[in-house]
Design a protein around this ligand. Sequence first.
Ligand SMILES: [Zn+2]
Length: 80
Amino acid sequence: MSKLLLFVLVLVVIYVLRKSMSKATHSAEGLTRAPRTAEVETINACAHCGVLVPRSEGLVSAQGFFCSAEHMSLGPRDQA
Ligand SMILES: [Zn+2]
């Protein structure tokens, strides 16, 4: 009987430890998320196909913003 009580006690301790650990990771995420929202990137539409691309992943030329080098060489859709 005492072995059963010990087993239940161990399970309770594991449960409490895991719960406190998950709380700790959640609060850590909360701390790391705040700066991330400050790095919100501008999304631009490709002048050729209109697909929305983060500004850092696209290409900018005198003709406008493009999603790829291929679309930049093709130029804006209005002029094509
Ligand atoms: Zn495009």
